[in-house]
Ligand binder design. Structure first.
Ligand SMILES: [Zn+2]
Length: 370
């Protein structure tokens, strides 16, 4: 019996040693992954305070539609309760396990540094790590700058492992789809994938056949579910997703739909996170970053707009969760962070140094990366 027991002990020891030597802890499932999600022009005010009661009026919904349902859905006595109603996944799951910056009521500032406070300069700053005075319009011109995504796609182990999805067709220009070398799906264009899947065929039809309320971008839903289908089929290590309805409904002055769009973005984050955690390639090794490209003004008129003439629209929010992010929740009384720090943070989550490649880039958000 003793001999058998000794053999079992030796066998177990061999398993441990051999397992370590073979790097079982370093298998494909342990490689770091990053998903970067942006929703266009969502204000820090709604993210941290929830729905603004003074803005929920029939005039600011569908110019007369009853707002009772919205009030029931989003109103509560405190900012904490209201924000949990608007973005329950963010506040009950993502932030308790991660960190968020930008709660100005708690002395935590997050802002853009580009001075323009609109989309293309904000996406460029996020994806390159620096503002660029040449990027001074939302015109659909290819980005002269190399984004961290394009650089990652050339790094060992990352070739063919990067993809970008955008509701707005300008996203294709921002990542320079003609040069970047990775799949980009933006605007109303269908995603062609090899092999095509029946679900993707259907999603392409939905996107093409839904009324085109805005010239340059479809609704968020087909874009999000297309990105999800791509994740399930191709399992990229780095994925960028930009959603647009939060900005479109705000410009339209429709506060009710703006809230509903933010609420849907939250449900997309939840579906995304749950899906990733159920896939062996992503479970336990994926960092999720969630932010916006610019803020908006405050008050009954300026909330709809943003830009150089609305200086406060430089304020944004930046959230982080994943195995390399200490769970510190809603950061209060901390130094200011900037959008220009996101690109280097993405690279650092992947064990890479974007600042060495692009010296103009902001440094990683130190406390958000172990
Ligand atoms: Zn924007």
């Amino acid at each position: 019996m003793l001999q058998v027991a000794a053999r079992v002990v030796v066998f177990v020891l061999w398993l441990v040693v051999a397992g370590g030597a073979r790097g079982w802890s370093q298998d494909a499932g342990a490689e770091p992954h990053v998903i970067l999600v942006m929703t266009d022009g969502l204000r820090w005010q709604e993210v941290f305070r929830g729905a603004d009661e003074s803005l929920v009026t029939p005039k600011r919904y569908y110019n007369g539609r009853s707002v009772k349902e919205l009030q029931k859905k989003y109103f509560a006595a405190t900012a904490e309760e209201r924000r949990e109603r608007l973005m329950p996944f963010l506040w009950k799951t993502m932030i308790p396990q991660g960190q968020i910056y930008g709660d100005r009521d708690e002395h935590s500032d997050a802002s853009v540094t580009n001075g323009f406070n609109f989309s293309y300069p904000g996406y460029n700053e996020t994806l390159t790590g620096h503002a660029d005075p040449r990027i001074n319009s939302n015109d659909n011109v290819p980005n002269p700058n190399v984004t961290v995504l394009e650089w990652l796609n050339e790094q060992p182990g990352f070739q063919g492992q990067v993809a970008a999805f955008g509701a707005g067709n300008v996203i294709a220009a921002i990542v320079n789809a003609g040069r970047c070398g990775f799949p980009v799906d933006a605007g109303y264009d269908p995603l062609m994938m090899t092999p095509m899947t029946p679900r993707l065929e259907e999603l392409n039809s939905v996107r093409a056949e839904t009324p085109q309320v805005w010239d340059e971008e479809p609704f968020d839903a087909p874009v999000f579910y297309t990105a999800m289908e791509y994740i399930k089929e191709k399992k990229p290590r780095v994925l960028f997703l930009s959603l647009g309805e939060t900005d479109d409904w705000a410009h339209a002055g429709n506060y009710g739909e703006y809230l509903n769009a933010a609420n849907r973005v939250d449900s997309y984050l939840e579906q995304l996170w749950k899906t990733l955690q159920a896939m062996p390639e992503y479970a336990g090794n994926t960092s999720l970053i969630f932010l916006t490209d610019h803020g908006r003004g405050s008050g009954p008129k300026d909330w709809t707009s943003h830009g150089q003439k609305i200086p406060d629209s430089k304020y944004i929010f930046m959230g982080f969760v994943g195995p390399k992010t200490p769970a510190m929740g809603n950061r209060a009384n901390v130094g200011a962070v900037t959008q220009s720090q996101v690109a280097a943070t993405v690279a650092k989550y992947l064990g890479l140094d974007w600042n060495a490649e692009e010296p103009k880039a902001g440094l990683p958000v130190a406390v958000a990366v172990r």
